[in-house]
Ligand binder design. Sequence first.
Ligand code: C5P
Length: 423
Amino acid sequence: MTRPLQNRRVLLVIGGGIAAYKALDLIRRLRERGAQVRPLLTKGAQEFVTPLAAAALAGERAHTDLFDRAEEADIGHIKLARDADAIVVAPATASLMARMATGESSDLAATVLLATTLPILIAPAMNVRMWQHPATQRNLATLRADGVRVVGPNEGAMAEAEFGPGRLAEPAEIADAVEAMLAEARPASGFGFLAGRGATADAPAGPLAGRRILVTSGPTHEPIDPVRYLANRSSGRQGHAIAAAAAAAGAIVTLVSGPVAIPDPPGVQVVAVETAREMLAAVEAALPADLAIFAAAVGDWRPAATRESKIKKDGAAPAPLALVENPDILATIAGRSAGRPRLVVGFAAETDAVLDNARAKIARKGCDLIVANDVSPAGGVMGGTANTVHLVGRDGHVETWPTLDKDEVGRRLIRHFAGLLGA
Ligand code: C5P
């Protein structure tokens, strides 16, 4: 049986942080899936794990510093930057992310990352406050815009008794993200590695070459107080699959996504948002577009007020949670008189009377097409990997597709929309 990463070569850059020990487990997991792993440790990483341990697990020599002359003669940094199918940075520290975002090349890791055109996946890990700092978030946005893919960080208890996002994604999740990245970045998909890194690289050919496509995906989080929010079960899988398929078809894709735990699709500019109002602002900023697909599960309501401090139990009856309606992003964009995308597609996730609701929705929202699906608990669509969709047109015509993997639904939808745009 061939393993998912059989013969794929991964350069693993290990950054300096307490989570570096997990990079050793990652080496093991990548190798179990068939990959060849070449470790590269920053100086900081060597405070936490030894090159010897990394080399022993990888079955390859571990690389350490630019100014190791013997190493340079043996395998230069440019060769390291080329001689793999992908680069994974785990843990990606705040400092390593900053160096990547500014193009600094002060050590071997940063130099290789600057010199490469390979697809890059980073798995950030740091203190929660460092992660949330505007500087880190700015660097993250820059890296995403450059086509760097990101997995994690996860939320949880951290060192120094803190809680929040900042934990390194689990080695199995990182290995999954490497698989997804390499599956999408295969030249057979019509992309060279460079094109796979960013939507603005060499214009690829394809049925949507040169078209601008906007996709929304994922849930929204509507804060109640600093630690609580209203959300829904959307995983973002369908929206992300559509964005990936659009990029593979040659489009210039902006994906505006709520908080999700899945990797960024390759070749797509990702704008990460939390709330419905942020999503609307990001969508408006991303226009103009030829085609807009609103696959996000936007929260219909948000708390009327967000408390600045955590609401405490005080023994009395809990205060009722007052809600106000969120802006309808789809209806806002579909109703534009100027700058309306030529094709506006909405989604209708329903638990009852799926088609009747979809027909009513198309009129109410002013979109051109609705992709309707049944999300009753028995269907397992919300958060699952398969989807059964019905395409409902303005004239009420319905086309029902068989149950398919969400990636395949994404590809078929993109083919269908390309046909409509071409017509
Ligand atoms: O009204 P409902 O939430 O069922 O409509 C679903 C469609 O509308 C989806 O395409 C969703 O992305 C979009 N929507 C939106 N903004 C909202 C609510 C829904 O864009 N506030």
